[in-house]
Design a protein around this ligand. Structure first.
Ligand SMILES: *[C@@H]1O[C@H](CO)[C@@H](O)[C@H](O)[C@H]1NC(C)=O
Ligand SMILES: [Fe+2]
Length: 442
């Protein structure tokens, strides 16, 4: 325990010193882009082995949530007790658990238990595995308004920590993460420290994630790509008719959200593409007027970093998303913020989607500073700073998007815009035949 305490003191000291340096640097001039910070020295495995750790929750079909946690006691049960009053659990459900090994590392027991049916917009108190502390979560509302926090490329540095603090203040209904979570990069215990770091937020609101390149930990002939990610961050792919945890969809309060996989096959003959067509053919814009898509590698990016990396996926999938009338596309990967006009096929188009890159959660690799100049006509706002986005969908036609810069650990709203959905635009009617044609292909 003493060692852990020292580590914590050390990292606090690093915080204070770097904060002082930044303050003195910005006192006499304009905003100075901050340097990356090191991965935090987080304590790990510090509670009894049968106690739940790394608790996070996710949506799992209408009125259901999946509770995920880890115990180091392999025989701990996968039960969740829950109810709407503290300490009073009227319901108890059993789930499943798995573990995995990765070279010399053995994971704890990873428990997944789906609870429900739950009431909308309601606080539930719950306990995992019959022991340990009580947690609480709030279910999303049945109808607008609904709020989303959006951030990619989090990592686990001092910047991550303050970005998470800023997101926590939003009390958003659902958190959307377009990939690159822990930056474990083969170091399996970093998945565990990340799980602990995000638990305060991720145990209280659903965290809906899709994979980034840092989730891929392939060792040729030994390990396929996403073993740790899939084991720990199980998403409702079965509930949405997908055969892979790397892409899925869900409905929440009048919004249909599609999580695509930048690192799963996406060509016209791929499982992902045929699943996407199926999923789009079932979207009912009367029930879910908003259509939002997330994936990791952006298609519209005027930063030099990762330039052109999304082009192939864009060529394969943009036409069907356009025909379906997607309102908003959220991506990460580039460690900066960028927002576009409604755009399609490389030019502004009132019937295209707004693309927003928020790969600025605060990971150890730092920011992507170099932009192409002059900016493309579709690029409205771009800035290489840490931060996060908030999307408040007010009703079937209006949403308020804001980007909150992590400005030397202060949250400062630096970009904001009202976005109107396509449902009243006339675009959807115009595209109907086009969509039907694409959906029927093959
Ligand atoms: C939706 O919200 C916007 C912004 O608050 C408002 O101007 C508009 O009248 C609302 N529309 C409906 C149908 O309530
Ligand atoms: Fe990435």
């Amino acid at each position: 325990m003493e060692g852990l305490g020292n580590n914590r003191m050390e990292s606090q000291l690093v915080f204070i010193v770097s904060a002082c340096l930044l303050v003195s640097a910005t006192a006499n001039g304009e905003y100075l882009r901050p340097q990356p910070r090191k991965t935090l020295n987080l304590p790990w495995n510090s509670v009894p082995s049968s106690h739940p750790q790394q608790v996070h929750v996710s949506l799992a079909g209408d009125k259901h949530m999946r509770i995920t946690w880890i115990t180091y006691d392999k025989s701990a049960p996968s039960i969740v007790e829950y109810g709407t009053e503290p300490g009073k659990y009227n319901f108890i459900v059993g789930g499943e658990s798995i573990s995995y090994t990765y070279l010399f590392y053995s994971s704890g027991q990873i428990h997944h238990t789906v609870i429900g049916p739950l009431e909308y917009d309601t606080v539930y108190f719950y306990r995992c595995g019959g022991r340990g502390p009580e947690f609480q979560l709030k279910t999303p509302p049945a109808q607008f308004p609904v709020t989303f926090a959006v951030v990619g490329d989090l990592g686990q540095t001092g910047w991550t920590k303050t970005t998470l603090d800023h997101i926590d203040k939003c009390k958003c209904d659902v958190h959307l993460l377009p990939g690159d979570l822990s930056y474990a990069d083969f170091m399996q215990h970093l998945w565990d420290t990340f799980g602990e770091l995000v638990q305060p937020l991720a145990s209280a609101r659903p965290w809906m994630v899709t994979e980034g390149n840092h989730e891929e930990e392939m060792i040729p002939l030994l390990k396929d790509g996403f073993q740790s990610y899939n084991a720990r961050w199980k998403m409702p792919f079965e509930e949405s008719g997908s055969s892979s945890n790397l892409y899925y969809s869900f409905d929440v309060a009048g919004v249909h959200v599609i999580m695509l996989g930048s690192f799963a096959d996406y060509d016209a003959y791929s499982d992902q593409y045929s699943w996407l067509k199926d999923d789009l053919s079932n979207v009912d814009r009367k029930r879910t007027p908003w259509l939002v898509v997330l994936f990791h590698v952006p298609w519209y990016n005027s930063n030099h970093a990762h330039q052109g990396e999304g082009d192939e996926m864009m060529a394969a999938m943009e036409p069907v998303l356009y025909a379906a009338g997607v309102d908003l596309v959220l991506a990460g990967h580039v460690h900066a913020y960028e927002r576009t006009t409604r755009v399609y096929n490389g030019i502004s188009d009132p019937c295209g989607a707004v693309h927003i890159t928020v790969g600025d959660g605060g990971n150890r690799e730092g920011l992507a500073h170099k932009y192409k100049n002059p900016p493309p006509e579709w690029s409205v706002f771009r800035e290489a700073s840490f931060g996060h986005g908030e999307l408040r969908i007010v009703n079937s036609t209006h949403a308020f998007w804001s980007w909150h810069r992590n400005d030397d650990d202060e949250s400062v709203r630096s970009d904001e815009v009202w976005i109107t959905s396509l449902i009243d635009s006339g675009c959807l009617v115009k595209k109907n035949d086009e969509l039907r044609k694409i959906l029927l292909e093959q």
